[in-house]
Design a binder for this molecule. Sequence first.
Ligand SMILES: [Cu+2]
Length: 127
Amino acid sequence: MKNLFKVIVAMLLSIGILNAQALSQTGEKNGYEVVLTSEKSLIVGNNDIYAQLSKDGNGVTDVKVKIKVFMPEMPGMPYMEYKAKAKLVDGKYKMMVNFSMGGTWQYHLKFKDKDGKIHTVRGSVNI
Ligand SMILES: [Cu+2]
């Protein structure tokens, strides 16, 4: 019984640590503010990532958003990438991103405004 209690405490602690590593990044491009988040920590495999856009303090929901994540070629490992299109859900752009391995992934978050102009926010995440 005591051991079971220890296991449960250890699990709760690890969940807390994982949650603490949820994605939270901000970017800025051409007057647009971009906030990139995840509810859970990023993992190897499928992840739901959310992008919230605003301009002059107002939410922007009339653009098309997509993301490309990629890892450069490394010794013994080819270039890897994954692309996803976002869907607008409750004012946030939601996209499913698959990271095929751990490590540092670069991302290009692109969004096309109603004038057809494409804006790109660049960054990186660690898995
Ligand atoms: Cu790699």
